[in-house]
Design a protein around this ligand. Structure first.
Ligand code: PBG
Length: 341
């Protein structure tokens, strides 16, 4: 029996709502398959899928099997993919990035004809298409990437992706004015309805390491600190996003995700725009490697990382876990624990 003092001064019990089933009812954040965007690497130089060494379980696909992969993604209920291309030929200025029969342009057409509603987003950058591996035109003497001469090329790439049938273009090169240049180029060519998902706050991060293996986009000299953001800065991310919005971005992205949840939170809170987060290759590699070693539970680590990114403010998450997470979420739904779906 409770004593009179317990009745007069009820104890605070935060734990009441943490009981099984009830905790799901009061969950503030949901993670759903419909929040996920799955990257696909399409490689013109291979004939069989090749596993990416630093990203176990992830592959580069030749054109033919890229569409099978896209179908599988669609069948899992994932609404969108983001396409990265590895071209047959590279040059100083990334010409193959806007070739009408380039790897991405072909991939878009093929995937489009073999899927029904899948949203096709294209990563729009030059680094996979240039011999030096930088995201823009290079001045070798000054050892620098030239901003303004790069912009018209990005415009051409955007138009070429949209002509091939891309639903959304996602510029990731961190050139100043790139969103305006791309919006203008798209509008002039009649692609007024093609949204831009801008990699607005993209940090100069070591967590992209495995991606550079995946996309064969390591660089010939220097690094990307001359155009990607300094991890020390947060106010600067707000300016980046503000500029991109003023230039016509429809969706803004923060990248990487987990080390930058504070940035994500600030951006979503301040601007309220559809906000994406990119859980990058290194984030995948960490969880995957630790799970493969038996040091982390793969399913729990994956879902917790994604839920945390949602909680910080992401409306959508680009993640290499997309397929596995979709399967996990289906499994939870079947087990009657559907509140995560
Ligand atoms: C291209 C690009 C990169 C990533 C996405 N688009 C690499 C980079 O900027 O070096 C990284 C994605 C990942 O690490 O998963 N600019």
């Amino acid at each position: 029996m409770p004593g009179i003092s317990d009745v007069m001064f009820p104890k605070v019990r935060m734990r009441r709502l943490r009981q099984d089933r009830i905790r799901n009812l009061v969950a503030e954040t949901r993670l759903s398959t419909s929040d996920l965007i799955c990257p696909i690497f399409v490689d013109e130089t291979i004939v069989e899928p090749v596993e990416i060494e630093s990203m176990p379980g992830q592959y580069r696909f030749p054109l033919d099997s890229a569409s099978d992969e896209a179908k599988e993604i669609e069948d899992l209920g994932i609404p969108a993919v983001i396409l990265f291309g590895i071209p047959e030929t590279k040059d100083e200025v990334g010409t193959s990035a806007y070739d009408d029969s380039g790897v991405i342009q072909q991939a878009i057409r093929k995937i489009r004809s073999e899927t029904s509603d899948l949203i096709l987003i294209t990563d729009l950058c030059l680094c996979e298409y240039t011999t030096h591996g930088h995201c823009g035109i290079v001045d070798y003497d000054a050892k620098t990437v030239l901003n303004d001469p790069t912009l018209p090329i990005l415009g051409k790439v955007a138009v070429s992706h949209a002509s091939a049938g891309a639903d959304i273009v996602a510029p990731s090169g961190m050139m100043d004015g790139m969103v305006r240049a791309i919006r203008t180029a798209l509008d002039i060519d009649g692609f007024t309805e093609t949204p831009i998902m801008s990699y607005a706050a993209k940090y100069c991060s070591c967590f992209y390491g495995p991606f550079r293996d995946a996309a064969d986009s390591g660089y010939a000299f220097g690094d990307r600190s001359g155009y990607q953001m300094d991890p020390a800065n947060s106010d600067e991310a707000m300016r980046e996003v503000e500029l991109d919005i003023s230039e016509g971005a429809d969706i803004v992205m923060v990248k990487p995700a987990m080390p930058y949840l504070d940035i994500l939170y600030r951006i979503k809170t301040a601007y309220g725009l559809p906000t994406a987060a990119y859980q990058v290759s290194g984030e995948y590699a960490m969880i995957k490697a630790a799970s493969d070693m038996g040091w982390l539970d793969y399913e729990q680590a994956t879902l917790e990382s994604l839920l945390s990114i949602r909680r910080a403010g992401a409306d959508m998450i680009l993640t290499y876990f997309a397929k596995d997470a979709a399967r996990m979420l289906h499994g939870l739904a079947e087990a009657g624990r559907s509140m995560r779906e």
